[in-house]
Design a protein around this ligand. Structure first.
Ligand code: 13P
Ligand code: 13P
Ligand code: MG
Ligand code: MG
Length: 370
């Protein structure tokens, strides 16, 4: 029997220039991306696509049949980002080409700056999915909500009452410092899992599998630009794909995981803790202290690879209270000014003046008198 044809969902994103500053995306950059992906769809490289943005990040949502990490798909995305960068340069937008760490494509977009989340699966009878996209934060931001969706029965009723979810899920966690991963089974290894997920600046959930059949349930981008470049190049605003219903969390269970505006790294200059605020796409325009960090959620029904959507989920008024809480927390955090824990600990800062200040004051440091 031939294997049923798998469809691949690839979400690849980059900040190629902000309008104004790091606030949002200029429509001409979106047009460049739309045109290029339409050509790719006509040539049958893509089955379907959507171009959108979260704040200053250009998001390419693509479906195709070539599997994950496909060089043609990654090159397509890279070329779109290069073209959009040239447009950003013409318009003198801010930090044009910010996330592109290389001048030439080398086969796989991972490690070159853009963020990438991909998964392949055989489409179910009905295939509802949600693409989460965030700005002014970093990949570890999804650890808490992904744990809630797939591991926490107080969030996801299905873990308790749906026989097809009751066995739980396996979490793939990446150690970004040592570049190695571990798979942990939930609920049996939940406490081990939380040792890692609770330290999101180093350990990041990148894939979740349904335990029963090993089927992929979620995939997140885990690229950390600051580790890749070894210097400040902007935060690596992450994306996450989640399959929902029929053996996976219901749409509302996946969304419920964002009802609590938890603290994430990012915000101003990529160097502060702030609440992650779920918003409608048109409200993903971080302004207050370049924030607070935002997340949007686009729902699609897949129909033989065609993206039927999006439904802009976080526009719903049921998230108003979350947004209000987020702004109360934002206010509270801001009053710490340059103090931790609003400012990130030294090792996590994207900007720092510490070496220069220390060097200048070196001679004035003395052993304390007892
Ligand atoms: P329906 O009965 O409306 O399909 O809802 C099922 C469900 O999963 C709701 O969370
Ligand atoms: P982005 O990572 O979204 O470009 O933001 C960078 C920044 O410095 C915001 O203050
Ligand atoms: Mg930017
Ligand atoms: Mg950004």
């Amino acid at each position: 029997m031939p294997k049923p044809r798998e469809i691949t969902v690839s979400v690849i994103k980059a900040d190629v220039g902000g309008w104004v500053g790091h606030a949002t995306m200029h429509h001409e950059l979106m047009q460049v991306a739309e045109r290029a992906l339409l050509v790719a769809k006509k040539s049958k490289l893509l089955v379907d696509f959507r171009v959108t943005h979260c704040g200053d990040d250009l998001e390419l949502i693509m479906t195709h049949t070539r599997g994950t990490e496909n060089p043609k798909i990654h090159k397509l995305a890279w070329d779109v980002f290069m073209k959009a960068t040239r447009k950003a340069q013409q318009l003198k937008l801010y930090a044009a080409g910010q996330d592109l760490l290389s001048d030439s494509f080398s086969g796989n977009i991972k490690g070159m700056g853009p963020g990438c989340a991909e998964m392949s699966f055989v489409e179910r009878k009905s295939e509802p999915l949600i693409i989460f996209m965030a700005d002014k934060t970093s990949p570890g931001a999804y650890n808490l909500p992904v744990f809630r969706m797939f591991g926490d029965p107080f969030n996801t009723a299905g873990l308790v009452i749906d026989p097809s979810m009751h066995d739980g899920f396996t979490f793939g966690v990446l150690d970004v410092l040592e570049n190695r991963e571990v798979r942990l089974s939930c609920p049996e290894e939940m406490y081990d899992l939380l040792v890692f997920l609770g330290a999101p600046s180093r350990y990041m959930v990148h894939t979740v599998y349904r335990k029963k059949v090993g089927e992929v349930a979620a995939a997140a981008s885990t690229q950390k630009l600051n580790l890749m470049a070894g210097r400040y190049v902007g935060k690596d605003d992450p994306v996450l794909i989640v399959r929902t219903q029929s053996g996976f969390p219901a749409v509302g269970e996946a969304l419920e995981a964002f009802a609590f505006p938890h603290l994430v790294e990012g915000w101003m200059r990529g160097s502060h803790h702030g609440p992650l605020m779920p918003v409608a796409t048109e409200d993903a325009q971080p302004t207050r202290f370049d924030g607070p960090p935002r997340v949007i959620a686009h729902g699609f029904q897949l129909n033989r690879g065609i993206l039927v959507g999006p439904v802009d989920f976080f526009g719903d008024p049921s998230f108003d209270l979350t947004r209000q809480r987020a702004m109360d927390i934002a206010d509270y955090m801001r009053r710490h000014g340059p103090f931790e824990p609003h400012r990130l600990p030294l090792a996590e800062m994207e900007y720092t003046t510490l070496p220069q200040v220390k060097e200048r004051l070196e001679k004035r440091f003395k052993k304390p008198k007892d």
